[in-house]
Write a protein that binds this ligand. Structure first.
Ligand code: ZN
Length: 408
């Protein structure tokens, strides 16, 4: 699938430090140790509605990881999927009376435009579920060969207990898993399953739903195995970081990891699992069911500078749950205006310590608020009349662009 265009990333005068990130699986920070090429998979959208701030916060967070790795001297192989066939998309398409393919194309394009406006570096491989069906079929076949898949009516289920490491990604116990599984696309009540937590890998054809031929009958992929198959094909096992919002910890990331680990006879799916916090608005988590969504595209269409949206997101640590407010956005608009005024001068306070502070903060679990505090101090000192560094402005401009994705 076509990705979006990459912004120019200026080169920096110094190399960034090794990047550490909070790993949900081990519950603490881990030093990422990529080979020359760092490998990142971030779960993509189901394109049935526009990108809201919760999505944007997640993709901007992992964009910081991408940039921190580049600053540390790595090439980055970034893969993202698009779940361009799944229940929510089909349901929405039926409800609004549009062909599901058309809805998926339209919303995927809107997402690309949003990502481009926010200066998120594009994935090298941007892969749709529909185009990945042969990969899914291969992975289901591999699982069948291990005896970890069984049939209920025309659907195929993955037996979670076949993965000895099941539960290690989330660290959740069965009660926690059972409490949330049904809310997040699972079907714990389905009769005929061996374990209520088992998940669908192939959904047999239903009337009025799209279906593709397979050795196990016509149908379509389950969501977890879609990401499992795409990540396995494009990154292999043991890639550096699996990322997504914290609502994907369970079941999505647990199941994708389990499916690959069983198919690959115990090889770990990813080395670390990193998760971005949830964004609230009007007192509740931003979600389609609550209807309290702030859309990136709607703000863009009302002439809001996408850099102000990005700065607002960066003011929060990516792992925290927080609430979006319009005041924060307008404050970012003012900050950018003031920064742009100050930076036209050319000279400023010494830039080198700011470069080092920003790169160090981002390499330490993508700590953008701390990075921005160093940037704020530089602007205050410079606006206060410190012009000891004649080339400071260009360095700070390049630093903001390269490491934080903020173009002044
Ligand atoms: Zn995924």
């Amino acid at each position: 699938m076509q990705t979006w265009s990459a912004p120019q990333v200026p080169s920096l005068p110094v190399r960034g430090p090794q990047v550490s990130i909070h790993d949900t699986s081990s519950g603490g920070p881990v030093a990422t140790t990529p080979a020359d090429v760092a490998r990142l998979y971030v779960c993509g959208i189901t394109p049935y509605d526009a990108t809201h701030m919760g999505h944007a916060a997640t993709y901007v967070a992992f964009d910081l990881l991408n940039r921190a790795w580049r600053a540390a001297g790595h090439d980055v192989h970034y893969v993202q999927n698009v779940t361009d066939v799944d229940d929510p998309l089909l349901e929405r398409a039926t409800k609004v009376g549009v062909a599901w393919e058309e809805l998926a194309l339209r919303e995927t394009q809107l997402f690309r435009d949003d990502m481009e406006a926010l200066r998120v570096l594009p994935p090298r491989d941007y892969i749709g579920a529909v185009e990945s069906i042969p990969l899914v079929i291969d992975l289901v076949e591999k699982l069948r060969a291990t005896g970890s898949v069984y049939t209920v009516d025309t659907d195929l289920y993955f037996s979670v207990t076949s993965d000895p490491a099941f539960g290690d990604v989330s660290g959740w116990d069965r009660d926690q898993m059972l409490a949330i599984f049904g809310e997040r696309g699972g079907d714990p009540e389905r009769e005929g399953k061996k374990d209520p937590l088992d998940c669908v890998v192939w959904r047999g054809e239903r009337d009025g739903e799209p279906a593709w031929d397979s050795p196990f009958g016509p149908g379509r992929p389950g969501w977890h195995i879609e990401c499992a198959a795409i990540a396995l094909k494009h990154l292999g096992t043991g890639f550096d970081v699996q990322g997504g919002g914290s609502d994907l910890i369970f079941p999505h990331h647990e199941m994708s990891a389990g499916e690959v680990q069983v198919a690959e006879r115990g090889d770990a799916f990813a080395k670390a699992y990193a998760h971005a916090g949830m964004v609230a608005y009007d007192g509740e988590k931003m979600s389609k069911s609550k209807g309290n969504l702030v859309f990136v595209s709607a703000l863009r269409m009302s002439e809001v500078d996408p850099m102000a949206i990005r700065l607002t997101l960066l003011r929060q640590h990516y792992r925290s749950d927080w609430e979006w407010t319009d005041e924060q956005l307008w404050s970012s608009v003012d900050t950018l205006a003031s920064w742009r005024d100050t930076i036209t001068a050319g000279a400023g306070a010494p830039a080198q310590p700011v470069v080092e502070a920003v790169l160090a903060a981002l390499a330490n679990d993508l700590d953008a608020p701390t990075a921005l505090a160093a940037v704020d101090t530089w602007f205050t000192t410079t606006a206060g009349g410190d012009t000891t560094d004649p080339n400071a402005a260009e360095t700070i401009r390049a630093l903001l662009d390269a490491s934080l994705g903020l173009a002044l």
